[in-house]
Design a binder for this molecule. Sequence first.
Ligand code: G
Ligand code: G
Ligand code: MN
Ligand code: NA
Length: 249
Amino acid sequence: LNLEQDLRHAVSRGQLWMAYQPIVNLRTHRVGWVEGLLRWTHPVHGTIPPGEFIPLAEESDLINSIGIHALRMATREIAAHRRQRTLPLQLKANLSARQLDDPHFAVAVHDALEQTGLPPSALCLEITESTLMQDPEAAEAVLNGLRELGVKLAIDDFGTGYSALALLHRLPLDTLKIDRSFIAGRDGTANEPFIASIVALAHTLNLNVVAEGVETAEQLATIRRLGCDEVQGFYFGRPVPIDELPDAA
Ligand code: G
Ligand code: G
Ligand code: MN
Ligand code: NA
């Protein structure tokens, strides 16, 4: 079983596709953003989740080509969806650390937007807190370049690393996404003091807060009471192919 070898051919053989998970705005009660999550349909092993093959891609030289392929698929599908439906969806897409090292990355993002017609403000790129902190100065330069394109920026898995407050203040961010381990701890309940602290910090910095991993009505009630702005989780919907997203217009 040599998955890495197979992954080398996955793009050209059309085996990669995007699933989309709705993010609900707690003020409007509507789906605005969806998160694009890569999927690999392996001819023998079936659907392989990104938790397994993204690390493989990151350890090899594959992540840059796979990452840009994912972004092109997702911008194309969301742009087409916006032309066909009444509700204009907006796309959140995940970045790996090594994509931030790619000197052509911002150009590739610009090209994907121009070729698909997706407005820059309808794209939000998610960078994990640990990626950000690997090389904060390099990340800052890349994020500033992306912001100049007009795209939005989010910190993903927030609370699992240690961000310097000065850096959070300086970066051109729009959103903090609270890691799901704080929404559903080992006992299934939310870590309320921690969530309240992140909400206070985010709102002080003028950032939106997304709570991810909400699976129950109790968790939803809690994160609503604590002032989160948006919510994502199996309670509202699992990641699905674009055609299976509810047309929540
Ligand atoms: O679906 P699952 O929980 O297995 O996702 C695991 C991880 O894969 C998530 O942390 C997610 O950020 C990452 N991931 C999903 N799609 C992409 C993608 O297109 N690019 C990158 N870099 N990571 C992705
Ligand atoms: O790390 P990142 O936030 O990019 O990854 C998002 C991943 O979290 C997706 O792969 C998605 O399947 C998963 N996810 C989304 N909502 C829930 C949820 O409510 N419960 C669990 N266990 N996983 C979730
Ligand atoms: Mn994410
Ligand atoms: Na996350």
